[in-house]
Structures are given as structure tokens and as C-alpha cells.
Design a protein around this ligand. Structure first.
Ligand code: FMN
Length: 191
């Protein structure tokens, strides 16, 4: 069976992280991508990227509107390997941490939690208030990977693309997917 990954893009700035992850996942023939894009994510995609929303939908194998509560990924009986909310707005973070499953992103994430499956959240806001931090802590205590899109520089990035690729590689690492997105620190073990 193919490895099924749910990717959810919510309405925080930096939707390009979600797009880059989709582009990376699409290269694997044994991965099936299930994509949800929130209304405000669609707006942000138009504001801050050169992609059309249709181009992004085309990167996934299965697409869902955020109000599609009857979708297969709304049920724990539908087997998926993991879910990434990238980027995750503070509103969606709050919904997930409170179990307020009034849209499909929150419901699919809730299913990950109840089925003890891998959930990765890429929260995007700055600065963070106590509500944001407490919501992240609560989820981290439940085993969720909280992965803020913080750039690293040890791989000597030359462009925004390099930063995006390196971060995407770290997300793939958490999903247990082998990749060559970016160099690793001292991976050659030459000393
Ligand atoms: C241009 C733009 C940028 C935004 N950036 C952020 C952000 O970085 N983080 C955040 O939590 N919300 C951000 N918002 C607000 C969210 O879009 C808003 O809270 C929305 O209700 C989130 O809904 P969703 O999580 O269902 O997509 C932004 C909104 C706009 C229009």
C-alpha cells in the first residue's frame, strides 16, 4: 500500500512552505498525498506566491475543501501514515489543541491524535503570546512535532530556495522519508 500523507495548508503567511513540501512529496511514486487548503490559505497563496491555487491542487492525488467533514480523512478507519499542517495559523493551532473540530483540518488532525499517528505542525506567527505557546506545549506533550519554520545557516544557504529546501528536508526526516533536499551537518563523518 502507498504511504498516505495528509498535507494541510492554513491561512498563515508563508504558504510557500506547504507548496514546497507538496512538490517534494510528489516526486515519490509510493506516496499518496491528501491535500486540504483553508479559505485563508487560498487568499495568502494569491497574495504571496506566483502559484495559482489550481496548480497547487494539482500537486496532490486527493483534494478536500476545509468544510468537507464527510471526507475519508475525517475517519480514523481510513489509514494514513501522517499529517503535516504547514503553515499552521494560530487559529488552526488553537482548534487542534482544543479538539474543536469544526473544519476538516482540525478534524483530520484530531484523528491523528486519537489514533496515535504522526502529526507535524509548522506554526507561523511572531511574536508568540502565552495562548500560542500553551497550545503548542499541550500538543507537544501529546507527541505532536512542533516545527516552527526557523531557518538554519550551517548548510550555507545561497537563496530563499536553499532555506526552503533545507526546512522541507527536515519535515521529510520527521515523516521518515529518505531525501536529498539539502546537506546534513557532517553527514560524511570524515573525521
Ligand atoms: C496576509 C495574511 C497573513 C496572515 N498571517 C498569519 C500568520 O502568520 N499567522 C497566523 O496565525 N495568522 C495569520 N493570518 C490570519 C489568519 O489567516 C486568520 O486567523 C484565519 O482565520 C486563519 O484561518 P485558517 O487557520 O482556517 O486558515 C494572516 C492573514 C492574512 C490575510
Amino acid at each position: 500500500m502507498k504511504k498516505r500523507i495528509v498535507v494541510a495548508i492554513s491561512g498563515a503567511t508563508s504558504s510557500i512552505y506547504g507548496i514546497r513540501l507538496l512538490e517534494a512529496l510528489r516526486r515519490y511514486e509510493d506516496i499518496e498525498i491528501h491535500l486540504i487548503i483553508s479559505h485563508w490559505a487560498e487568499e495568502n497563496i494569491k497574495i504571496e506566491t506566483s502559484y495559482s491555487v489550481e496548480e497547487i491542487w494539482a500537486l496532490a492525488h486527493h483534494n478536500y475543501c476545509n468544510n468537507e467533514m464527510g471526507a475519508r480523512i475525517s475517519s480514523g478507519s481510513f489509514r494514513v501514515s501522517g499529517m503535516v499542517v504547514i503553515p499552521c495559523s494560530m487559529k488552526t493551532l488553537s482548534a487542534i489543541s482544543c479538539g474543536f473540530t469544526e473544519n476538516l483540518i482540525a478534524r483530520a488532525a484530531d484523528v491523528m491524535l486519537k489514533e496515535h499517528r504522526s502529526l507535524i505542525i509548522v506554526p507561523r506567527e511572531t511574536p508568540l503570546n502565552v495562548i500560542h505557546l500553551e497550545n503548542m506545549l499541550k500538543l507537544a506533550r501529546m507527541g505532536v512535532s512542533i516545527m516552527p519554520p526557523m531557518p538554519s545557516f550551517y548548510h550555507q544557504p545561497k537563496s530563499v530556495d536553499d532555506l526552503l529546501n533545507h526546512f522541507t528536508g527536515r519535515v521529510l526526516d520527521l515523516l521518515g522519508i529518505d531525501h536529498k533536499m539539502s546537506g546534513r551537518w557532517n553527514d560524511g563523518l570524515d573525521d
